[in-house]
Design a protein around this ligand. Structure first.
Ligand SMILES: C[S@@+](CC[C@H](N)C(=O)[O-])C[C@H]1O[C@@H](n2cnc3c(N)ncnc32)[C@H](O)[C@@H]1O
Ligand code: SF4
Length: 342
């Protein structure tokens, strides 16, 4: 079972970001974490979780490094007997707040992986994106994570940003690769509604996806994810495995239902068990499996799609058939292949 924990606090709001996070009310962090523990206890019972069944924990945000490592202690103490021996435990972190002490703290809680929101090593690009760190902070944070003993370090990069050039992106990726990282998540900028970028009419730039992909010497195992290994949490999502979501706005999924707790910080602290439920039809589940499978190395079960259409794509080299599954050799074409197969 996968577990996602959402930390909805950020030091500042980046110009592109629509994730559920708050730059105010940081005085509520401890109350929030207590509410999160209450929801966790409830969900573990609802999902019938027993010893060693949790195989991955992902602490995401928002900014998990905004919350002191010791504040997570009660949660990890509670989880300890439920985690598998080789459980993957990832914390997202921002370079400006992930101090060496914080990194050591989460390492002693059991974290196996840290994922830094670097976005770029170019000072002007970072300013344009509205980030709270400069290139030096990012380099220092990654080196500190290595010193703290993390073997698995991810670096998030954003491309297709106004002002991006091949030279700039080449420098960004080269700088990332010069650091002790073994995973890169390279995201094409999406202009999300109700963000400063959307309001200011900022557009994403010419497409550099193939250029960026070819610069990264790790396996591409999803549109945006490249690694010397495959993150178990990521793979689980793309396989549409069940997952528990705890925290304000953290979605959970079980069989054919999605659970949505409130997004609102005050509402969540007052009643962390309140949620709405979305029922997914078999057709909706099939659609999701096709989109997720084609965007990643997971592939799709041959029985999910029309054999005639799939074999046309195989003849054109746009799908590969192996052991009763179809695999997509070019993740950037996933959506158009999925639309053809649906
Ligand atoms: C959930 S965010 C949180 C990570 C962390 N707070 C940080 O920003 O450093 C995870 C990643 O999603 C990516 N991201 C967020 N909004 C995006 C957007 N509009 N377009 C492309 N990538 C985005 C960024 O690379 C970010 O690091
Ligand atoms: S990108 Fe990260 S730091 Fe920036 S607002 Fe979004 S969650 Fe917060």
């Amino acid at each position: 079972m996968l577990l996602y924990m959402h930390i909805p606090f950020c030091d500042s709001k980046c110009h592109y970001c629509s994730f559920n996070s708050f730059t105010k009310h940081h005085n509520l962090k401890r109350d929030y974490m207590q509410a999160l523990l209450r929801q966790l206890e409830y969900e573990l019972e609802r999902f019938h979780i027993t010893e060693y069944q949790i195989t991955s924990v992902f602490v995401g945000g928002g900014t998990p490094s905004c919350v002191e490592a010791e504040v997570y202690e009660p949660i990890f103490a509670y989880l300890a007997p439920l985690l598998s021996k080789d459980c993957e435990i990832t914390f997202e972190a921002n370079p400006n707040s992930a101090s060496f002490a914080w990194l050591q703290g989460i390492k002693s809680l059991g974290a196996t992986r840290v994922s830094f929101g670097v976005q770029s090593f170019d000072a002007n690009k970072l300013r344009f994106l509205g980030r709270a760190h400069d290139p030096k902070d990012a380099i220092q944070a990654i080196e500190n994570a290595h010193k703290a003993g993390f073997a698995h370090i991810n670096c998030d990069i954003i491309y297709n940003v106004k002002g991006d050039t091949k030279e700039l992106l080449q420098k960004d990726i080269a700088q990332a690769l010069a650091l002790p990282i073994d995973h890169i998540s390279a995201y094409a900028l999406t202009i999300e509604e109700n963000t400063p970028f959307a309001r200011g009419g900022v557009q994403s730039q010419e497409d550099f996806s193939y250029f960026v992909r070819d610069l990264i010497p790790f396996e591409q195992y999803e549109v945006s994810n490249f690694g010397r290994y495959r993150s178990r949490h990521n793979i689980g999502y793309w396989q549409l495995q069940n997952y528990i979501g705890v925290g304000a706005g953290a979605v959970g999924f079980y069989k054919d239902k999605r659970y949505y707790p409130t997004n609102d910080l005050f509402g969540y602290i007052a009643d962390p068990l309140h949620h709405s439920v979305e029922n997914l039809s078999p057709e909706e589940i099939r659609t999701e499996k096709i989109f997720l499978g084609l965007r990643s190395c997971v592939g799709i079960d041959a029985d999910l799609v029309d054999k005639h259409k799939a074999s046309l794509l195989c003849q054109e080299g746009k799908l590969i058939c192996q052991n009763g599954r179809y695999y997509n050799p070019n993740y950037f074409l996933a959506d158009e292949i999925a639309l053809f197969l649906l």
